[in-house]
Design a protein around this ligand. Structure first.
Ligand SMILES: NC(=O)c1ccc[n+]([C@@H]2O[C@H](COP(=O)([O-])OP(=O)(O)OC[C@H]3O[C@@H](n4cnc5c(N)ncnc54)[C@H](OP(=O)(O)O)[C@@H]3O)[C@@H](O)[C@H]2O)c1
Length: 332
């Protein structure tokens, strides 16, 4: 897994908020990825393979809660960039598993941040719309005060704060409602339900921006190129919001998934989709009603557009693997 390619190092001039990073061809940039078998991790591997010097670790290969192992591997690989796609993501389970959620999402993130700081690496980290309460009427900007309403959101916020305190060169991408052609996600849940039911009850009072994992991976590639290329002279570290547009409710998202499946001949008949209130579908963890992330900052600083989830949907729907174990209930 670990090649013995010598670390060439990145020469970095730093100021408090602005870092000039001169010229290093992207292909020679050494990138280490954690959580490589997760939904976002798989997309990042697909996107970066062959373009950077990639060291990808699954949970089995690197448990980010093992501090000594984290230091050992990072000291050995000496990456220029670390991408943390590992996380405790079982939102409902976290309510009764707070210690483990915090261990992964807070302590694990902090260990990576400390190890990145030690070798002057850049840390990319993924966070979530669930750091917000959802009570605002507007889309959340990076300036809005987080106020998580469930354990998962609290653990993710703790991870963000630990990274901000421990690692100078961090880029935290808050995203939302991630879907992909692989792994368990809302798209697969709806497709499975649509194949087996004539009516579905889907929550209609939670609004967010579905985000294609492949688009997150593309954004990360753009940022890596900017961090290592000579086309951009400055990079701002900090927090960025990145999700899909247009914003939609889970019911609206389900309608679009079913329509894409019909158009792609994945299903024969259209089930009736009934919109319901969150209260009618109680979950262990409360969800924010407003999950909309304002993505203007990342567009202004890095020139990337929000995820076009509608365009991604038809590709994902037609490549979704139904051989995986079916679910009996919709996710949100
Ligand atoms: N999915 C979403 O809708 C969403 C929305 C907003 C933000 N995010 C964030 O995006 C990131 C990636 O999420 P995802 O959707 O790709 O989730 P995912 O599919 O659950 O992937 C997370 C990966 O992390 C691994 N992992 C768990 N504990 C670990 C540990 N201690 N050490 C190393 N790896 C560990 C998991 O392995 P095992 O499966 O073996 O445990 C899994 O492969 C997370 O930070 C998440 O909070 C996701």
């Amino acid at each position: 897994m670990i090649s013995d390619i010598e670390n060439k190092g990145v020469s970095v001039e730093t100021s408090k908020t602005l870092h000039k990073i001169p010229i290093k061809a992207p292909s020679t940039v050494k990138v280490m990825l954690t959580g490589a078998a997760g939904a976002v991790g798989v997309s990042i591997v697909k996107q970066l393979a062959g373009k950077v010097d990639l060291y990808a670790y699954t949970h089995k290969q690197l448990d980010i809660t093992q501090l000594a192992k984290v230091y050992e591997i990072i000291d050995e690989v000496k990456p220029d960039i670390i991408i943390n796609a590992a996380g405790y993501t079982a939102v409902d389970n976290a309510q009764n598993d707070e210690a483990q959620a915090n261990l992964v999402n807070h302590d694990g993130a902090q260990y990576l941040a400390l190890a990145a700081e030690k070798i002057n690496a850049v840390l990319f980290h993924l966070s979530t719309d669930y750091v917000f309460s959802g009570e605002s009427d507007a889309a959340y900007t990076e300036q809005d005060l987080p106020h998580p309403i469930n354990v998962y959101g609290q653990s993710k916020l703790a991870g963000e704060l630990a990274i901000q305190q421990s690692c100078t060169k961090h880029i935290i991408i808050r995203t939302a409602w991630v879907f992909a052609e692989h792994g368990q996600n809302f798209v697969r849940t709806i497709l499975t339900l649509a194949k087996n039911h004539s009516q579905l009850d889907i929550v209609d009072d939670q609004i967010g921006g579905p985000t294609y994992a492949g688009d997150i991976a593309k954004v990360i590639e753009v940022l890596i190129n900017k961090l290592s290329g000579d086309d951009v002279s400055s990079v701002h570290y900090g927090i960025y919001h990145y999700c899909g547009l247009p914003y939609v409710s889970w019911k609206g998202f389900a309608d679009a998934i079913i329509m894409a499946a019909k158009q792609g001949d994945i299903i024969d008949t259209l089930p009736k989709v009934n919109g319901i209130l969150s209260e009618a579908y109680p979950r262990a963890a409360k969800r924010p009603k407003n999950s909309r992330l304002d993505c203007r900052k990342i567009a202004q600083v890095f020139d990337v557009l929000p995820s076009d989830w509608q365009a991604a949907l038809s590709v994902v729907v037609s490549s979704t693997d139904f051989s995986l174990e079916p679910l009996t209930k919709p996710k949100p």
